[in-house]
Design a protein around this ligand. Sequence first.
Ligand SMILES: [Zn+2]
Ligand SMILES: [Zn+2]
Length: 269
Amino acid sequence: MVAPVIRIDAIRYARHERTAGNNFSQPVDDHDLPMPLDYFVWAIHREGVPPVIVDTGFGEQAAVARGRIITRPLVEGLRDAGIDHLSVEHVILTHLHYDHAGSLSLFPNAKFHVQDAELAWATSRHVCDAPSRAPFDGEPVAQLVRKLYADHVVFHDGDSEFAPGIGLRVCPGHTAGLQVVCCETARGTVVLASDAAHLYANVTRSLPFPIFIDEGEYRQAQKRALELAGGSLDHLIPGHDPLVLKCFPSENDIARVDLAPLVPIAQTQ
Ligand SMILES: [Zn+2]
Ligand SMILES: [Zn+2]
């Protein structure tokens, strides 16, 4: 059988230097060692149809406000991957944190796909609690509501088949309605885990990232993401791990995650 997904680009657009202590829900021995985060959007390519974009990244304003470094504006990253942002028809939002849903305006012609539970939470009384809302920015959520009223939002409630070769699977805990994206490629199912797994180390240490609405659910979500990847780290693409660019065939800050990594991920852990 021919695999429906022929290419997946992981396009790095930003970076944050930090130490390991910031990346785990419990204290770790190497807390003082550097463990930076990369920020990505992903493009899923199939034959004969425009690419599906996963997440929108954030722009300069959020980068300045939150001390992140934009390594290449997203429009340029997409262009370098051969994608015109204006022609994008479908954007899957894994969740609504600022770094995943912060640039909706780059895709004026797209439909945005989001879980019911995610938008419900981000417009609910939970937002009244400042620490809970900290990873969200209000303006992108407001933009999404405006897009909803303009028929540019498609809701998904739980697991669903998005298109041939592309499945959405819910992995809540980090947020209320986080969805990972399963892609059927020539090397098997590749899971774009987004923040179900920030880093491979979150999975291999069984310690989730320290931002969550339910830590127990988040642990289950990490496990589910790995199961969906057939238990193979090489088939699990974390949301923020610099190892993605290091280990997968990559050029110009774009990694081809549909291809097998040049260095097996298990060897890096
Ligand atoms: Zn997040
Ligand atoms: Zn994130």
